[in-house]
Design a binder for this molecule. Sequence first.
Ligand code: SAH
Ligand code: SF4
Length: 366
Amino acid sequence: MDSFDDLLSRAAAAPLALSHEELVRILSPADEAERAALHAAAYGVKLRVSGPRVFLRGLVEIGNVCAKNCFYCGLRRDNTAVHRYVIPEADVVRMARWAFERRYGSVVLQSGEIEGAAHAESVARIVRAIRAFGGEDFAIVLSLGEQTEEVYRLWREAGAVRYLLRIETSSPSLYATLHPADHSWTRRRDCLRALGRLGYQVGSGVMIGLPGQTADDLAADIEFFRDENIHMIGMGPFLPHSQTPLGAVCVDPARQLALGLDMVAATRLFLHDRNLAATTVLQSLAPDGRERALKAGANVVMPNVTDTAYRRDYRLYENKPCLEETSDQCRGCLERRIASIGETIAWGEPGTSPHYLAKRAAAQRP
Ligand code: SAH
Ligand code: SF4
């Protein structure tokens, strides 16, 4: 196999240029010098495809009621210690408008998973109301779990243009160790395909540093994003939550952070033109975790714009940062942090993934 540096140069020169074994190799830097070289090479690709700019998506955590029971997540149905909330529709619209008026290019509505007509209609009303003031250039993004194709269609027709649904891991056998038997990896994968058919820009992602997960699995995750034509990728290290079945798992925070950053860098180097998020969970592992992800190839940040009163009840994992901050404080803090690494915020730009635009242009060519 080529040297580590040669692999990085080849990967930076063209997308999809590494074999599975070579991806595993770059995901396993032998020392801090190799790690720094990996991140720097990925940063070079990001500068080329996206510039020294960061796209913002304002995140509204619209409710924490969840019908599912994922073994890792603090919002799981069986966690009776959570105070459950659903934000009234008008307040969700107000928070989205706050993001719009401050020139965030898009808004993400996220919640636990709820199925049923009443919920579907409620979300559709919210999407229509946001679309009415935001127009086409304010991208409405949903992250509301697995739904039927009809519900995804309803929301698409209401005006949602993007959907985030993490596959969590591309390995069905690893997925089975993290979920009860009635949670289906295949259904989740099929949801991603349905979203693509409906014309959504599709986002997915995985957790990193899961018990039993190997570098081989992580390389396969990146290949999954390639094979399933994923436009936006959000990945973060797994962090145990004490009120869950995986709460007693021991993780080394430094290792989780390093793995998370390496995964961002390897994904940028292999896929080049997807949007890649610097996720909040990295910030909970290190105060500058998100900036380090931006320097390793990420180009998207999702600042929380949920009213402070709700934030402490939306804990997927423990030690979530910014629970006491207001949206204004988060905005100021983020601006300073992004300036500190010499990048600027792409105010008012929806930040459509270059991969999606290229695919659309190719489809329209005669
Ligand atoms: N209910 C929706 C969206 C909210 S959960 C869904 O599941 O798709 C959003 C993401 O949080 C999940 O996809 C998962 O990857 C992440 N998450 C949940 N618990 C976590 C934990 N303990 N550590 C790290 N990430 C976690
Ligand atoms: Fe519910 Fe999503 Fe948490 Fe699973 S990860 S328990 S679906 S909120």
